[in-house]
Design a protein around this ligand. Sequence first.
Ligand code: C5P
Length: 314
Amino acid sequence: MHSYSLLAAAKINLYLEVVGDRPDGYHELVMVMQSIGLADRLTIRSLNSADIRLQCDHPQVPGDASNLAHRAAALLQNRFPQAMKQHGGVEITIQKNIPVGAGLAGGSADAAAVLVGVDMLWQLGLTQIELQTLGAELGSDVPFCISGGTAIATGRGEQIDSLQGIEQFYVVLAKYSSLTISTPWAYQAYRRAFAATYVDVNTAGQTRREALHSGPMVAAIYHQDGPDIGHHLHNDLEKVVLTQHAQVQALKDAMAASGGLGTLMSGSGPTVFTLAATRTEAEAIAAQVRSQLSDPDLELWVAPFVSTSVQFSP
Ligand code: C5P
């Protein structure tokens, strides 16, 4: 096989707590992540030359070596030079369906799919843990995007502890297409406003991780209790993004008022999601928000929770 087609799913954060500063300059986080059925489609093909080529149909996504998906292939080339000599270079084509700069880890999902696809193409035989360790070098969300499903993520986001799946639920996602948020900006703004609340990661980090593991969100997931999951949705980064972007706060208010089990901003935003018990309920919420806000810049999606992030596809 010289070509693979893969789907790379977006994620939402059901829970995101900023614990404190890490010695490596990142933030120590305690999160619950969920893969959703809104996915980019990637094709990964062997080349006769020793090149890495990337094409993407989205105008805001760079096709050069700065793209995380390109960097994923370059990382494997660097670690396994013999494999590239034997199997040739790679051409990556990305059909972008996940919005960019949205807090949905679209770039990380693409990078994860490239690691998985090139591992197959070059017959490297890497384990999931080996792929996640490589993924952590590319970005904090990449390890989760390798395994996907429902998981607790700690450390800077790269320590993954899978939970039992909750694929019966749906989300309505909403984002103003002209608004993107830079993740570094969101974390820097959070540090400027809330550094005084940071705890010492060495002494209290473990306590916060244990509190999430034995806390109400994880219990609600174990009980597959939609209303309880909705009730315990939490994202610390809302405190900076919603105060800086009144439009996103208004969107969250409209989503929360239209029914559903709970509403939250995902990651560093600006996508806002509402959890729904059924597809019919999710579609009714999407229709209500669309008619209430009637803004041509507002994009809405309905997606199910899914159990994997990267999937081979025919
Ligand atoms: O790991 P990734 O490259 O996706 O992170 C992007 C930026 O987000 C980092 O450069 C940092 O500014 C911020 N970040 C953070 N703490 C984390 C994850 C990300 O401060 N745990």
